[in-house]
Design a protein around this ligand. Structure first.
Ligand code: 13P
Length: 287
């Protein structure tokens, strides 16, 4: 069932668990994430970066594919299709294609411009019926070409953006996209606590979900995080499983060259990773 992320995250915040956003890249990714959500009776958010939308052929291709999967695979759990780190132009295109949720990432603008553009997208969201995520304090690392320097968000700025009527708020708290370096100092829970104190019931979003230890994930959920984004980890497990297929020369046996066979271990690896994260986030049986 295609829904916005608004109700899903409100319920998650009240229930003290988080819904996973899993970024998709193709049909296998989308099917693996949706089937895992259905099998585990979990709400789910499909994250689509602008680069991934371009790769898949465009925003309408993504919506057509996901709607088709929901119908033909009998997916009844709540599913949001969410633009990840959208530019202003990308947000408009995703909106036209019928995405049910949009992250407008204005974190690289000065705060005044971030506010002006976020306001406009919030108004469109209310009119057209999609949920909106905003970001304060750019999140470190490289997310599909969007490079952030890893700032710690200013809680007062978070409050300003939250008051614009967004449905969820991402704030930099020392989290980074991609693998965490050896010398990573961890999440700033003091900052998170201050943001939660100022923004109240607003569901908070934790980007860079790959490789954050379970204790930190759980502490973050206790402090108001209701959506956790995972991208790199599915890429790593998919690629590792695919590599083994070739290392074992399975492609040379019988019809092992059939792409449906080649992609099967990676597909299963995505399912296993998504299930593990859903358990960690507490979203199983919360559909
Ligand atoms: P990772 O790639 O580190 O899991 O981060 C994903 C993310 O935050 C998408 O917005």
């Amino acid at each position: 069932m295609l829904v916005t992320a608004k109700e899903m995250l409100k319920t998650a915040k009240e229930g003290k668990y988080a819904v996973g956003q899993f970024n998709i890249n193709n049909l296998e990714w989308s099917k693996a994430v949706l089937l895992t959500a259905q099998e585990n009776n979990s709400p789910v958010i499909l994250g689509v970066s602008e680069g991934a939308a371009k790769y898949m052929g465009g925003y309408n291709v993504v919506m057509g594919m996901v709607k088709g999967l929901i119908k033909d695979q009998g997916i009844t759990v709540p599913v949001a299709v969410h633009l990840d780190h959208g530019s202003y132009e990308g947000s408009m295109k995703a909106m036209e294609a019928g995405f049910s949720s949009i992250m407008f990432d204005g974190s690289h603008y000065a705060i005044d411009e971030n506010i002006a553009k976020t306001k406009e997208i919030v108004a469109l969201g209310k009119e057209k019926g999609f949920s909106v995520e905003a970001e304060v304090g750019s999140i470190g690392g490289d997310e599909d070409g969007v490079v952030g320097s890893g700032e710690i968000a200013d809680p007062a700025e978070c409050k300003m953006i939250a008051d614009l009527g967004v449905d969820m708020l991402a704030a930099g708290i020392g989290n980074i996209h991609g693998k965490y370096p050896e010398n990573w100092t961890g999440l700033s829970f003091d900052t998170l606590a201050k943001i939660q104190q100022l923004t109240g019931v607003m569901p908070l979003v934790l980007h860079g979900g790959t490789g954050i230890p379970i204790e930190m994930i759980q502490e973050a959920i206790t402090l108001g995080v209701s959506k956790i984004n995972v991208n790199t980890e599915c890429q790593l497990t998919f690629t590792a499983a695919t590599r083994i297929y070739f290392e074992e020369k399975k492609d040379l046996v019988g019809k092992g060259f059939d792409p449906r066979k080649v992609l099967a271990p990676g597909f299963q690896a995505i399912k296993d990773t998504v299930k593990e994260k859903m358990e960690m986030f507490g979203s199983i049986d919360k559909a």
